[in-house]
Write a protein that binds this ligand. Structure first.
Ligand SMILES: *Cc1c(COP(=O)(O)O)cnc(C)c1O
Length: 422
């Protein structure tokens, strides 16, 4: 594949269309995928890999799930898009609104980035305020307001986490450590009347899987609401991944706005944002907040999403997925420790991360302190043995319903061999 990789690098930045894909595969270059099925990716070299990246989350029923593929093909025969409403959009929006807490009204978009960008715009319009709060290590997409890292100090005005983001824009985003309620309280003391919204991953998945401490989400919610700011729950990863209806349902939250993508799009480019009717009434054409999209509500994407959610069917699905994911994560930890390797895990629903640290991290700075050399060696060792794990300790592993006992045992056997070499 070296030739394709050379060609890719000549015509795309770093050879890839999203930076996380730029990692060394078995031959020292990334691998190219030919097709996918169930828990597997099949590479252009004809190698079958057990996949735990799963497109970074959407494929909860496994790759190329028959009901999803069938729905996509059926719709494709009837047209790829119209720029005019379809009844399927209504059905799909009804399903989301029925299932997700406080989702009275929903607007379909094309990605998670678009969902969070639009939700913040609504929150700023609702409150007439400028500042937003995010937690360090949470990822909400790549638009300017949220591509922000912490300055120095516990709760700080943000600085750009990317070239091309103006400092003035970055300074409107305040960052605090995840699970640090004192820092959060402190920032509201200082900036309370200026804060339009707090955006949070209810379970963080973009610094590895990080669980909210008991009471953390509720306290964040209470303080946010006491100060007249909106709580934007970013369920792009957790929605229909940790539970039917998402983490808001699981933790009994009262979100003002919710963002969705990944699982709800079943692998097609589809996102959604929405929430309480009084706030969503500000969105055009009803109100002054402009937000639009040529492909929004695309019928092929909607068909895929609807088929996947209908096939999942409800909350029972998640008991089995959780149990499987728990088993795999706990067994990996047990194996590592048996070989004297410091490992830990955070696991919930269909997400987990294996951390190379004695104790499971609870915020970004602790993930940074985990043993990255061990993670890299583990990743490459597994890949060599036909298991594609997330290429970085800042990513989450996503088992699907197709990761059956056989696949899990194969994974554990490979991991056992790799731990021995660390
Ligand atoms: C993936 C992700 C996004 C961005 O979604 P895209 O579809 O990649 O734009 C936003 N928020 C969270 C929590 C995510 O996991």
């Amino acid at each position: 594949m070296a030739d394709w990789w050379t060609r890719a690098q000549a015509v795309m930045p770093g050879g890839v269309n999203s930076p996380v894909r730029s990692f060394r595969g078995v031959g020292g270059t990334p691998f190219f995928v030919k097709e996918s099925k169930g828990p597997h990716l099949i590479t252009e070299d004809g190698i079958t890999l057990v996949d735990y990246v799963m497109g970074y989350g959407p494929f909860i029923l496994g790759h190329s799930a028959p009901p999803v593929i069938e729905a996509v093909i059926n719709q494709a025969h009837r047209g790829l898009g119209y720029g005019v409403p379809t009844t399927q959009e209504v059905l799909y929006a009804e399903l989301l609104c029925r299932s997700v807490p406080n989702l009275d009204v929903v607007r379909l978009v094309n990605s998670g980035t678009e969902a969070t960008m639009s939700a913040l715009r609504v929150a700023r319009a609702v409150t007439g305020r400028r500042r937003v709060v995010k937690f360090a290590g949470c990822y909400h997409g790549h638009h300017d307001s949220l591509l922000i890292k912490a300055g120095s100090g516990a709760a700080t005005l943000g600085v750009p986490d990317s070239g091309g983001v103006p400092e003035e824009v970055a300074a409107l985003t305040i960052t605090v450590p995840y699970n640090d309620i004192e820092a959060f309280r402190g920032l509201f003391k200082q900036y309370g009347p200026e804060i339009a919204a707090v955006i949070i991953e209810p379970v963080a998945g973009n610094m590895g899987t990080i669980l909210p401490s008991p009471g953390f989400l509720r306290t964040v919610q209470d303080i946010t609401h006491q100060h007249g700011a909106l709580l934007v729950v970013d369920e792009v990863m957790t929605g229909f991944r940790v539970a039917w209806g998402g983490a808001s349902k699981l933790f009994g939250l009262d979100p003002d706005l919710v963002c969705l993508a990944k699982v709800v799009g079943a692998g097609m480019p589809l996102g959604a944002y929405g929430g309480k009717r009084e706030y969503m009434s500000l969105v055009a054409p009803l109100g002054p907040v402009y937000q639009a999209g040529t492909f929004s509500g695309n019928p092929v994407a909607v068909a895929a999403g609807l088929a996947q959610l209908n096939a999942i069917g409800g909350s029972e699905f998640y008991a089995d997925l959780s149990q499987r994911t728990q088993y795999l994560a706990q067994e990996l930890v047990a194996l590592g420790r048996r070989h004297g390797v410091a490992v830990s895990t955070n696991v919930i629903g269909g997400m987990f991360t294996l951390f190379f640290s004695e104790r499971a991290p609870s915020q970004f700075s602790e993930v940074e302190e985990t043993n990255r050399k061990h993670y890299q060696a583990f990743f490459h060792g597994l890949l060599h043995r036909g298991i594609f794990f997330p290429p970085s300790p800042f990513e989450t592993a996503f088992p699907s319903s197709q990761h059956d006992d056989g696949v899990v045992e194969l994974t554990l056997k490979a991991a056992d061999e790799v731990f021995r070499t660390l």
